[in-house]
Ligand binder design. Structure first.
Ligand code: SAM
Ligand code: SF4
Ligand code: SF4
Length: 349
């Protein structure tokens, strides 16, 4: 059963075709990035000739605020800013400041590669950001360099982690994408470093996002394998999920030295609990990470259509949503689906 728009009630419950609520919103504020992680934005495909959006194609902060506010009216409780690299968007703290004032947002978070974070962490905190996730694929300098497409300096990210904690972001989530033969031999180093820090390290299975990363199942290291490798050295026990739509499986170290997470998007698809909508920097809504087209909100926003119509448009989009890509991927022969997909850096993971 799908929800109805009521003319009198402000908050609307909206369910998609698989009875999934609309609860989380990811907002990509820019499609550019200062790194070229091969699993996301391989430098061979995204070099000088690649045409990123022009700044005049980005949604303005006012437009983002309008869409976020409307999504909150439709049930969204958690908002995450992302990119590309969100810290490249000029004046980002101003956006955070205005989003923070929207009643109904329970969690305002941001995912960053950390390269520019050290100098910005304090301002992000002051503007009202609740939580930070920092991506970091290895503690080995050479491996890190390769995993960032030759562009990143590990020291910047380590400094960022320090500054973020000093600015009051605690615990941090640390995202590590694992690729077989690329960084999986450095998993235990990562665990060793983050145990006892209070921060939550999360290993993410390498996904077939976008069209350029040459994904193949043989590069995926499934969470079960990662868990078993860690468990041999640092015994783990399964913890309950914090909430039903949490994408990460939580484990605790048996010796009490903290928590660790696993996002098994490939080997244990969680489409059935997927309550997430994504907004690209140029104003397109995507109802799935693997979607091939989005709903362009810019004409609607720029033609001064009433806020009620904006709400109805989003509501209708969610009501017809029937995405289950990751479940289908496992049923069909692995990785053989060839439809053109939106790129990860356009909608931010
Ligand atoms: N640039 C920021 C960053 O890297 O944190 C935010 C955007 S990035 C697209 C968001 C997250 O997606 C990062 O944690 C990144 O590691 C993850 N990601 C990108 N490509 C991926 C892939 N092919 N499989 C799994 N995770 C991926
Ligand atoms: Fe940039 Fe993040 Fe993609 Fe890496 S994962 S290329 S840091 S957007
Ligand atoms: Fe959600 Fe699509 Fe990922 Fe399934 S494949 S969990 S529907 S984003």
């Amino acid at each position: 059963m799908s929800g109805q728009i009521s003319p009198t009630v402000e908050k609307t419950i909206v369910l998609d075709k698989a009875n999934r609520l609309l609860q989380d919103l990811r907002v990509s504020v820019i499609d550019r990035c200062n790194l070229r992680c091969p699993y996301c934005m391989p430098r061979e495909s995204f070099g000088h000739a690649y045409k990123f959006l022009n700044p005049n194609e980005w949604l303005t902060f006012e437009e983002i605020e309008t869409l976020v506010r409307t999504c909150v009216d439709l049930g969204v409780r958690k908002v995450r800013l992302t990119g590309g690299e969100p810290l490249l968007r000029p004046n980002l703290p101003d956006l955070i400041y205005s989003l923070k004032k929207i009643e109904g947002i329970e969690d305002l978070a941001l995912t960053t590669n950390g390269i520019l974070l050290a100098g910005l962490a304090g301002r992000l905190r002051e503007s009202g950001l609740d939580r930070l996730t920092i991506s970091l694929d290895s503690f080995d300098e050479d491996v890190f360099k390769k995993m960032s497409g030759g562009r990143g300096d590990l020291r910047d990210v380590l400094r960022a982690i320090d500054c973020a904690q000093k600015a009051g972001f605690f615990p941090l989530k640390i995202n590590c994408v694992v690729q077989r033969g690329k960084n999986d031999h450095t998993i235990l180093d990562m665990v060793k470093h983050f145990r006892n820090t209070g921060h939550i390290l999360r290993f993410i299975e390498y996904m077939d996002v976008g069209n350029q990363n040459q994904w193949n199942f043989r590069y995926v290291v499934g969470s079960d394998e990662i868990i078993s490798r860690i468990h041999k050295q640092y015994p783990l026990r399964l913890l309950e999920r914090n909430y039903s739509s949490e994408t990460s499986e939580r484990y605790g170290f048996v010796d009490g030295s903290g928590e660790i997470g696993f996002v098994s998007s490939v080997t244990k698809a969680f489409c059935g609990f997927c309550t997430r909508l994504r907004l690209s920097a140029d104003g397109k809504f995507y109802t799935c990470l693997f979607a091939n087209q989005g709903l362009d909100m810019r004409p609607i926003l720029r033609n001064r259509i009433s806020s009620r119509s904006v709400k109805e448009t989003i509501h209708k989009m969610w009501m017809v949503r029937n995405d289950h890509y990751s479940e289908t991927r496992l049923r069909d022969s692995v990785g053989q689906i060839k439809t053109k997909k939106v790129e990860m850096f356009q909608i931010g993971g």
